[in-house]
Write a protein that binds this ligand. Structure first.
Ligand code: PHE
Length: 337
């Protein structure tokens, strides 16, 4: 039997497989269930036990050699088959390169800026690290006002802090420019708050001021009403609630009817049908006075809104933490904007 196997080994060595057809013939002849190697295995069962070890060794080698030859040939011919039957149209233009997407907060900030720029508001920016004067004192915050408390503000030292609102840029504008003043001031602000679905230790605001002769609360209402209609459409109502800010008098907070449930009541509006989107009011004469603008000659309004809140309503986002976790699955949705 050893002789037979050696002869078969020689035979296998001499075979050259040139194409897929020959390879299949090879498989049928040697490796299939009715092939030569299988016959030899049958014969192997009949030889005396003391020869089995030696014969078995040779037999395995021959079988392996046949298998390797077949495998190699198969891989080769499969590749050529794939190459020749490729269904790609090589005249097609390439897929466009994927561009990055804009962050939703950037998109909404730009929309806000566009709406106000059509009303003649210019853009202004201020620093995120502020002194006490611009963030608090210049805005008429009394010495012991709770907003200065360590719980709300990240202090760097006694006089310097991360700004808690963009109202600090109002002060910078008033000290540097003469009325008429009409500007919006977007930017990042910081507060020492626990992070949750509704609050974060940093977020974004857009501040707005308008100072001129005879500016009234009616101008403020009309301007903000125009903003909401441009941003969300005409079917939403707004309402003003009296409020308090040290730098405006009178002060108000503005709500819009809930965009998510259309005023019927849901988790976002806490079942009230209304969502607060901004604080506003007539600039306090004290603030004008201490920043070099004569309150007997000029009046003005100011407002400040959270960009996250507007974005959540606009795109139905329920947790503001997604704005800063950089999950591409979230961010990619804004690709085409
Ligand atoms: N700065 C206020 C806040 O952060 C908002 C505000 C701005 C209120 C301007 C009135 C006028 O809550």
């Amino acid at each position: 039997m050893i002789e037979k196997l050696k002869a078969l080994e020689k035979e296998l060595e001499s075979i050259v497989l040139n194409n897929a057809d020959e390879t299949e013939q090879f498989r049928l002849k040697y490796l299939s269930r009715k092939g030569l190697l299988n016959d030899l295995f049958e014969e192997f069962k009949t030889i005396p036990n003391d020869q089995k070890k030696e014969v078995g060794k040779v037999m395995n080698l021959v079988k392996q050699a046949a298998q390797v030859k077949f495998d190699e040939a198969q891989v080769n011919f499969e590749e050529t088959i794939k190459d020749s039957t490729t269904d790609q149209d090589l005249t097609l233009p390439p897929e466009p390169t994927k561009l990055g997407s804009r962050h939703p907060l950037v998109l909404v900030e730009k929309q806000i800026a566009d709406i106000f720029s059509k009303l003649g508001f210019s853009l202004s920016y201020g620093p995120e690290i502020e002194d006490d004067w611009h963030n608090f004192s210049g805005l008429n915050f009394p010495e012991n006002h709770p907003a200065r408390d360590m719980q709300d503000t990240f202090f760097i030292d006694k006089e310097i802090a991360l700004r808690t609102h963009t109202s600090s840029v109002q002060v910078r504008l008033m000290e540097n420019q003469k009325p008429p003043l009409r500007a919006i001031m977007p930017g990042r602000v910081y507060r020492n708050e626990a992070i949750s679905a509704r609050a974060h230790c940093f977020f974004h605001q857009v501040e707005g001021i308008y100072i001129d002769k005879n500016v009234s609360f009616a101008d403020l209402k009309q301007t903000l009403y125009h903003f909401v209609t441009e941003m969300f459409g005409k079917e939403f109502k707004i309402r003003f609630r009296p409020s308090y800010f040290p730098f405006t008098e009178p002060s108000a907070e503005m709500d819009i009817s809930c965009i998510i449930c259309k005023g019927k009541g849901c988790n976002v509006c806490k079942h009230t049908g209304w969502v607060e989107i901004l604080g506003c009011g007539m600039i306090d004469p004290n603030v004008m006075q201490s920043n070099g603008i004569n309150p007997d000659e000029f009046s003005g309004f100011a407002f400040g809104m959270g960009i996250e809140r507007i974005t959540m309503l606009k795109y139905n986002v329920k947790d503001l933490r997604v704005f800063s976790t950089n999950d591409v699955r979230f961010l990619q949705q804004f690709e085409s904007e």
